[in-house]
Ligand binder design. Structure first.
Ligand SMILES: [Zn+2]
Length: 252
């Protein structure tokens, strides 16, 4: 492609020249033409290189695992492209949620790069103890927040799109723990149980459940996440100063 472009450009330059015959050209003008064509070639090579780089970055997302140090703190990243060690159970991509509706068209877990890196570290700590993080929800596009609000406009259950949710910023995750075989630990209630039993302060639970919640909380807090009072599964990352986004992931 570059060679073809170069040849055409060379011919164009040759015929746009004031001399009527090639044979009458001086060696100086031939040299000038060669210089020009060399410059054009370099430019074409630069464009091709740029296109390749762009294609590489798309491939990086579509086909390959991404090295963590390549990920910028504020970019949205698919956690499965960074690590194989999470269990995904994205409830809003199914009807198994309090809305009884699928609001995601496919199961993907995106979050900001810095959040993903912290979560991977937390997951490593859990794995050393024989557990893994199971993800119920991650980044939630703003348009999905509005959709949820339309279905269930109750601020006790869904964040009002006016202020948005930390999920809309890519800095919150809804999680639980499983053992290494994938069996979910008992946390006392299901995900999205909107009652006092899901509150952190609620203590009328078995010792095992209290210990499970404590384990989840301790390691998440160690890696920069904080709780909210009413949901044992929800964790905000310490840096929440990201903008609300409506970035949509691809399903294919
Ligand atoms: Zn949440």
């Amino acid at each position: 492609m570059v060679k073809k472009l170069l040849f055409i450009t060379f011919l164009a330059l040759l015929f746009s020249c004031k001399e009527t015959s090639v044979t009458t050209m001086t060696s100086a003008s031939t040299l000038a033409l060669l210089e020009k064509s060399k410059a054009i070639q370099l430019r074409a090579e630069r464009v091709e290189k740029h296109m390749q780089k762009w294609q590489d970055s798309l491939d990086r997302y579509d086909n390959q695992k991404i090295a963590q140090d390549e990920v910028k703190d504020d970019e949205f990243v698919d956690i499965e492209k960074l690590s194989n060690y999470f269990v995904l159970d994205m409830k809003y991509a199914t009807k198994d949620n309090f809305l009884k509706k699928e609001v995601y068209s496919c199961e993907r877990c995106y979050m900001r790069g810095v959040v993903a890196k912290a979560l991977i570290k937390a997951n490593k700590d859990f794995m050393k103890k024989g557990y893994r993080i199971k993800l119920f929800d991650c980044y939630r596009p703003y348009s999905v927040q509005k959709k949820m609000w339309k279905i269930f406009p109750n601020p006790g259950y869904v964040a009002d799109p006016k202020g948005g949710s930390i999920h809309n910023k890519g800095a919150a995750v809804d999680i639980t723990l499983t053992d290494l075989q994938g069996n979910q630990l008992d946390m006392g209630t299901d995900f999205d149980h909107f009652g006092k039993e899901a509150h952190h302060a609620y203590k009328e639970l078995s010792e095992k459940v209290i210990a499970n919640r404590k384990l989840l909380r301790e390691i998440m807090e160690k890696h920069g996440f904080s709780i909210i009072r009413t949901e044992w599964w929800h964790y905000n990352f310490k840096n929440k100063k990201f903008k609300i986004s409506d970035f949509r992931w691809k399903c294919s």
